[in-house]
Structures are given as C-alpha cells and as structure tokens.
Design a protein around this ligand. Structure first.
Ligand SMILES: Cc1cc2nc3c(=O)[nH]c(=O)nc-3n(C[C@H](O)[C@H](O)[C@H](O)COP(=O)(O)OP(=O)(O)OC[C@H]3O[C@@H](n4cnc5c(N)ncnc54)[C@H](O)[C@@H]3O)c2cc1C
Length: 437
C-alpha cells in the first residue's frame, strides 16, 4: 500500500468504536494510527483462555440483532461475517420455572404485524395482560422518535405502569427484552432507550429482531481481522501502549512515543478521555455503570436444546447453549448464563453464585436434575456498560468535542442506542466523519 496523502488521524482506543473509526478513516484515505492500551483489539468484547482447558471464554456472551446494521457492516468489512450466526427471523424461546415454554417469533407478515401471532399465544402472560401489553406496544410505536426522546427523564417502569402494566407483566414480558438490551431492569432504565429498543429493534422491520452471535471467541472474531484490514488500508496499529496525553496535534503514549496528528479520535471511556485530554470533555458526564455476570456450567450431558432460551421468573435470565452457539464439542453441555443488571450478584462469592445458578438450572430444565455438574466458572464485569438510567441522553456528548480537530467516540456518546456493539460502531463512524469532513 502506498503511503496515504490524506490527513494524519490518530485513533485512541481499540474497542469496536475505535476499530470502526480507524477502518473508516483509513478507507477514506487518511493516514491512520490506532493506539490501544491492551495487547489486543476489541475492547469490552473479548475472550480469554479457559482455565479449565476448553475453548476460549468470552468475557460475557454477546448477542446482536438484525437491526444492528453498522456492526454487521463492520464485520463484512473485516471479512468475518461468515463467523457469526444470525437467525433468519426472530425466534426467542421463553420458559418459566414451571416448564411452560412459549416463544416470541417473527411471523411472515408485514411489520409490525409480524410480532402479533406469537405474542397472542405468549403463555407467560394471561389474555388480559397480553391485551394490555399489546396496547402499550401500539402506544410506543405511535410515539415517533421525538415522542420517545421526550421520555428520557422517566423510568421505563413508570411509563409502563402509567400505561396499564403491572409488576407481573413488567417482569414476565417487558424485562425479558429490556434486561439484555439495556443491561438493567425497567425501573432503572430510561423510557426513551427502552422504547427505542422495542420500536427500532423489534417492531419496525421483520428482520430487525433476529438474534445473532459469534461462532468464535470474540477476540478471534475481531482482533486479527481488524489488524489485517487496517494494515491493508495502510494504517498502523500500536497495541500495548496507553495514550497518556492527547491534543489536536498528536498524542503521547505510555512509552514516551509522540505520534503527530492532524486530527484525533478519542474512542476511550469518559474517565480516560478526561485523563488524556481534559479540554475535550470538561465535565464528567456522570453516566455511571451497570454490571454483567456470566455463569458457566459444564454438565456431563445435554440438558437443553437450541442455541439459547430466555427464562422468566428465575434469576438465570438468558441461558446460552455454548455447544450450539460456539460449536463446542460434546458429549457434555456447556451452558453460559448471562445475568444483566447483576447488581446483587456482583457481591456473591463465585462458588456460591455458581451453586445457586446450577440449582436454578435444575428447576428450569428437568433433564439437568439427572446431570452431573463437572465444573463452573464465573466472570464478573462490574462496569460492563454505562447505566441506561433516566436522564442519560443529556449526559452523552456527540462526536464534536470543544477541541477543534478532536472527536469523541464510544458507546457512551450520543448515538441514541443503548450500550451495545452497534452503538460503539456507529459512534466510531460518526467520529471518523467528524474529523474528516
Ligand atoms: C460482559 C459484557 C456483555 C455484553 N454483552 C453485549 C451484548 O450482548 N450485545 C452488545 O451489543 N453489547 C454487549 N456489551 C457491550 C459492548 O461490549 C460494548 O458496548 C462495546 O464493546 C463498547 O465498545 P467501545 O469501543 O465503545 O468501548 P470499549 O470496548 O471500552 O473500548 C475502549 C478501548 O479503549 C482502550 N483504552 C482505555 N484507555 C486507554 C488509553 N489510555 N490509551 C489507549 N487505549 C485505551 C480500552 O482498552 C478499550 O479497548 C457487553 C459488554 C460486556 C462487558
């Protein structure tokens, strides 16, 4: 690749936001350097060696939806789209502790009618609660983007109660979607963000709610492919060095290297932005954070079918069958329980939490009662995402910082999305466009 004659752009932070910004800027002819503190790219979506000797474990089961078009486009650009699975249409099996199983499935009908038939049969709400939930969904769809944005200071639970939903309906239907997408329960989540998820994710198009996941470890999915794509576009990748100072004319790294620049993208968490370039983020946005805990259970035999199941009435929330999702070999089964908004679980010792979850799995999946639990692992991410709390929108800055030539990126910036891989990629693209326009 011949040296670029475009502007020199330094992207700080090699999470999905930084990768997206770097790839976009390099593709548009900029001379890009991407600087990442850790030895690998991928940020909060990463994997690590399983201490038990199995395939790499993700720091948390990551899923995306069909509506995550920017994330899917990035995977295409990195040449790894074949490494992810995406349902042809949304199909979310939902069980409860009593063994009742239903599903939220997109029917071959025009949106938003596609959700109707499976919802009409959803066994975890009674007929009257279903009718009230359908009315609330219709109300959400009619709000429009401005109407939704106006709800940012209200908790989704308050909005739901004001629209006829009781605690049972919130727990057995609404939080089924809100927890994994906004990483907290409705009473802690902005009504604007939750409404965005239901309308844009599940109702706007038939394909939008299809669930996708990586078939390989998250680091394998992104680290090498991003480095190769960036190298092919003439970019330089510097891993294992933290940016300690940044300004419009360049950055300084923890090894003392000075990298000159014409433009800089800070794709870092807010605290790191303020440490490296305080003028770019004069005030701490005070977004707070929300935890995710993953509990891994290895059993001596299969106890569930299909790639995943959502569980109501139980702390296990969403259970992933890693043999199917990640192609892990049998004859046993590896389950990954993804616990979002796991404030209470963070303080529980790992062994006790694994034992509690194994007991719950025995309740939910009768076949697990005869199975032997071979081993367990618990992965706690205290600050997995920013808190999707009421008032979040006013705290999230856009890509333009007060420092000319310096742009902000990261899932915590103003994308309108909750803390997702899609939000991260969109923020990176916005930042690249900001510094190159
Ligand atoms: C357990 C868990 C489960 C999740 N599940 C899902 C899911 O199912 N679906 C979904 O869409 N999203 C999920 N997410 C959220 C998603 O992973 C994040 O929103 C997204 O990866 C954030 O990307 P980012 O680039 O904005 O930030 P980050 O990934 O935080 O990237 C910031 C990067 O900057 C680097 N850095 C920090 N300081 C410096 C410095 N001084 N110099 C250089 N580099 C620095 C960091 O090492 C990091 O690589 C989950 C997150 C976690 C933790």
């Amino acid at each position: 690749m011949s040296p670029s004659r475009g502007p020199r752009v330094v992207v700080c932070g090699g999470g999905l936001a930084g990768i997206a910004a770097a790839v976009e800027a390099a593709t548009r002819g900029a001379a890009v350097t991407l600087v990442e503190r850790r030895p690998f790219l991928g940020g909060k979506a990463f994997s690590f060696a399983d201490p038990g000797g199995g395939p790499d474990l993700d720091n948390g089961q990551h899923v995306f939806l069909g509506c995550c078009t920017a994330y899917l486009a990035l995977l295409r650009r990195l040449g790894v789209i074949h490494q992810v699975a995406l349902q042809p249409r949304m199909h979310v099996p939902v069980r409860d502790r009593a063994g009742r199983t239903g599903a939220l499935t997109a029917a071959p009908l025009p949106a938003p009618l596609h959700s109707g038939p499976s919802f009409a049969r959803f066994p975890h709400l009674g007929p009257r609660a279903r009718a009230r939930a359908a009315a609330a969904l219709t109300h959400l769809a009619a709000l429009g983007p401005r109407g939704r944005d106006a709800l940012d200071d209200v908790s989704f639970a308050d909005w739901l109660r004001a629209h006829g939903q009781d605690d049972d309906a919130i727990a057995r239907f609404w939080d089924l979607i809100v927890l994994p997408t906004c990483n907290d329960r409705s009473d802690r989540v902005s009504a604007a963000l939750a409404a965005f998820v239901f309308v844009e994710g599940l109702m706007r198009t038939r394909a939008g709610g299809a669930v996708g996941w990586s078939r390989v470890g998250l680091t394998q999915l992104v680290d090498g492919p991003a480095r190769r794509a960036l190298a092919a576009a003439g970019a330089r990748v510097v891993c294992g060095q933290a940016v300690v100072a940044a300004g419009p004319d360049g950055v300084e790294t923890s090894t003392g290297e000075r990298i000159p620049a014409d433009r800089v993208v800070l794709a870092l968490p807010p605290g790191r932005v303020r440490a490296a370039c305080p003028e770019a983020l004069p005030e701490d946005p005070g977004l707070g954070s929300s935890p995710i805990v993953n509990v891994h259970l290895w059993l001596d035999r299969p106890v569930m079918e299909g790639p995943f199941v959502a569980v109501v009435d139980s702390p296990v929330q969403w259970v992933f069958n890693r043999n199917e999702v990640g192609g892990e070999p049998g004859p046993g089964q590896h389950l990954a329980l993804s616990l979002s908004g796991a404030h209470d679980e963070m303080g529980v010792p790992r062994a006790a939490l694994a034992a509690r979850m194994a007991e719950e799995v025995r309740q939910v999946f009768p076949a697990a009662r005869a199975a032997t639990l071979l081993r367990t692992a618990v992965v706690k991410e205290a600050a997995a995402t920013f808190a999707a709390a009421p008032g979040q929108a006013a705290r999230r800055p856009g890509p333009v910082s007060p420092v000319p030539g310096v742009a902000l990126a990261g899932t915590w910036t103003a994308t309108g999305w909750p803390a997702t891989m899609e939000g991260a990629v969109r923020s990176g693209l916005l930042a690249a466009h900001t510094v190159l326009c």
